[in-house]
Ligand binder design. Structure first.
Ligand code: ADP
Length: 237
């Protein structure tokens, strides 16, 4: 059997802001059926990379190929999603679905909310949702139009461990259903437990990648945080 091509493939991507070179010939890919965690120190360029992969920012050089069987290639959840406060969760999803098509099928909104475990929040105003539920609604919004790849910028930042677990569980189910999920997080312990693959961004390139256990074994380390410390603190870039 030939292996399916990646849903998303970046090659030789470089990006600078003025004199600051953030990405320096970086290549990486994301596959359907996998939760792929992008980790790296603050300021290493994770958001810049996600925005390039999502097509929101054109890199100085390099290419990004996005493959999709749905109406959209990529859905993107920014770090701080904000929704119109007068809307309910259902109205929010319907609003975004209608931006893509006037004809939003019966049951679409229920299915979208159910896919992220928010069926009970159907009629709740978004202003009354917890931080974690707001992120889940953001995931539902990002999935409108059935994108193959979901790109989530720090979907668990500021959340308690229980809600963080719920987010990882939800994206794990979406990946099991065939989505390619690429997310950034600082929670290495969760990455070790719940991500199928990780890429460590350092020095403008992917300095390490593989399954969590491969990466830990390659460094003869106890856990991912040891690898992170070794790689990120090695040259001080
Ligand atoms: P991360 O998400 O890993 O924290 P970012 O991609 O946000 O990293 O930022 C990488 C570096 O690029 C940081 O030093 C940041 O200050 C800088 N940077 C990000 N966006 C811009 C911008 N629009 N203009 C200038 N510098 C930027």
């Amino acid at each position: 059997m030939t292996e399916q091509k990646p849903a998303l493939e970046a090659k030789d991507v470089s990006q600078s802001y003025g004199e600051l070179e953030v990405l320096d010939g970086l290549s990486m890919s994301a596959r359907r059926g996998e939760v792929h965690a992008l980790v790296g120190a603050n300021g290493s360029g994770k958001t810049t990379l996600l925005r390039i992969l999502a097509g929101l920012l054109t890199p100085d050089s390099g290419t990004v190929e996005r493959r999709s069987s749905g109406r959209r290639e990529v859905g993107y959840l920014p770090q701080k999603p904000s929704f119109r406060s007068g809307f309910t969760a259902a109205e929010t999803v319907r609003f975004y679905a209608r931006l893509l098509s006037n004809d939003v099928a019966e049951g679409y909104v229920e299915d979208a909310l159910s896919s992220v475990g928010l069926s009970d929040a159907y009629n709740r105003p978004v202003s009354g949702l917890s931080g974690g539920m707001t992120r889940l609604l953001g995931v539902a919004q990002a999935r409108v139009g059935d994108p193959t790849t979901l790109i989530l910028d720090e979907p668990t930042s500021g959340l308690d461990p229980e809600m963080t677990g719920r987010i990882f569980e939800t994206v794990g189910e979406l990946a099991d259903g065939g989505d390619a999920v690429l997310l950034t997080t600082h929670d290495l312990e969760r990455v070790g437990r719940n991500a199928d693959r990780l890429s460590l961004l350092h020095g403008g390139v992917i300095a390490e990648s593989g399954t969590p256990s491969e990466v830990v074994e390659r460094h003869d380390a106890e856990e991912l945080s040891d690898v992170f410390d070794t790689v990120v603190r090695s040259e001080g870039r």
